[in-house]
Design a protein. Structure first.
Length: 438
């Protein structure tokens, strides 16, 4: 019995010794940075532990970050504006709020020790107006719990841009501001990665807390759609800057044609409203596909938040996958596909594209080969937005005849148009067609 106890004690001692050795070895390796081939993350270096993949400035791609920074920008300018209002009964509290959100490093460097001096320092920003528009927001990570945002805004009352830093503590959910004076003193811009804003956390004060904005796909789709609508009602230059370059060249090709499109369709463009949306996520961009009340599609390629390019339809730029699928269709299916595409052109008021697929002889005999006469005719005979149903299909000597019924998409409009499309398929996805003149 005594020998058994002795053996048990020895076994326990050996096992404990092995555990101690393993723990000691783990600690040594970790301290030397051998594990995972990286510097160990410890409490002591917590403030300077940086993700190597995000050490350079880049445009903000996270919606919650972008709109949180936008909200903090509004707070910054509101506090500055309210702090200089001598007639305000809350002026002292407003000055305290402005002082609370200033970074201590900025206050120290610029020798600002009281709230009143700070208010006077920033008075020029908001003396006439606190209105602003965001041009760009860049971000860089300075530590595992600290993000820096370079905010570029336009102040219309000053008619100039204004840049500043927002330092965000993602653990304490606190923030601080470095005004433009600080950036100018150090010559900081989005080209400078080695900025000095301090690695310490942002101390929590009464007015410098925040909550991350939660931005859904639906909300972002609505935001983008409304931005597109507003731009379509402005100048051709604004619209051209918004459009995908390849799309602009294929759909319009010149500023004059774009201007004509905007002028001729201004009333309709003012009425568009989003009806549905779809978001496709890709490696380099996100794709928002929005549809309005007339089933017109708007394709938005987002490269960063509020950094996007737009296509005003889904047929001008060919899609390789859809083209491959088209080649597998039967003749009748191809005809129906092309009829659908042609009616889309009419709905998008893309009369030049609709004119270009018409048979040349048909164009000359009915419209004098003049696209403006074709547009005038189509606006008169087909004034609404249409969907169609197939009625009867026939084919003879390589020419397809597809009878259709066209119905207005808008609710409350019941007038139908009986039409016949004559079509000859060409190579790949090409085709020529004609139709019955009403």
């Amino acid at each position: 019995m005594e020998n058994k106890y002795k053996k048990l004690k020895i076994s326990i001692f050996v096992l404990a010794s092995m555990i101690i050795i393993i723990v000691i070895l783990f600690i040594i390796l970790n301290k030397q940075g051998i594990l995972e081939n990286s510097e160990p993350y410890t409490k002591e270096n917590e403030e300077s532990y940086v993700d190597e993949t995000i050490k350079s400035w880049e445009k903000v791609k996270m919606r919650d970050q972008y709109y949180t920074v936008e909200e903090l920008t509004e707070r910054y300018l509101t506090y500055a504006s309210d702090a200089i209002r001598s007639d305000s009964p809350t002026q002292e509290e407003d000055q305290k709020a402005l002082y609370d959100i200033m970074d201590s490093k900025y206050l120290e460097e610029f020798k600002i020790s009281n709230r009143k001096d700070l208010s006077e320092q920033l008075k020029y920003l908001v003396e006439k107006s606190k209105a602003f528009s965001i041009k760009n927001i860049f971000t860089i990570d300075k530590s595992i719990n600290s993000k820096i945002f370079l905010v570029n805004i336009y102040l219309s009352h000053l008619q100039e841009e204004y840049n500043f830093f927002v330092k965000m503590d993602t653990i304490n959910l606190t923030f601080s501001i470095f005004p433009q004076e600080y950036l100018k003193k150090h010559n900081y811009s989005e080209k400078d990665d080695n900025i000095e804003v301090g690695e310490e956390r942002v101390e929590k004060k009464q007015y410098n807390s925040f909550q991350m904005e939660d931005i859904s796909d639906e909300r972002m789709s609505v935001v983008y759609f409304n931005q597109i609508k507003n731009k379509l009602l402005r100048s051709a230059d604004t619209v051209q800057n918004m459009l995908d370059e390849e799309y602009y060249q294929k759909r319009f090709g010149s500023k004059e044609k774009l201007e004509a499109f905007l002028k001729n369709n201004q009333r309709e463009l003012a009425k568009i409203e989003i009806k549905s949306y779809l978001v496709n996520y890709h490696t380099d961009y996100n794709e928002y596909v929005c549809k309005d009340q007339n089933d017109k599609v708007y394709v938005i390629k987002e490269y960063a938040v509020n950094d996007y390019k737009v296509q005003l339809d889904d047929y001008t730029i060919s899609d390789e996958e859809l083209d491959e699928k088209y080649m597998t269709l039967t003749t009748q299916e191809k005809v129906v596909n092309n009829v659908n595409k042609w009616i889309k052109m009419l709905n998008y008021r893309d009369y030049e594209s609709a004119f270009n697929v018409l048979d040349e002889t048909f164009r000359k005999e009915n419209f004098g080969n003049d696209v403006s006469k074709f547009e005038q005719y189509m606006r008169q005979k087909f004034p609404d937005y249409y969907k169609f149903n197939q009625v009867k299909y026939m084919q003879e000597a390589g020419i397809s005849e597809q009878q259709i019924t066209m119905s207005p998409i808008s609710e409350g409009l019941e007038s139908q148009i009986q039409e016949t499309i004559y079509m000859q398929l060409g190579e790949n996805t090409n085709f020529v067609m004609s139709f019955n003149i009403i």
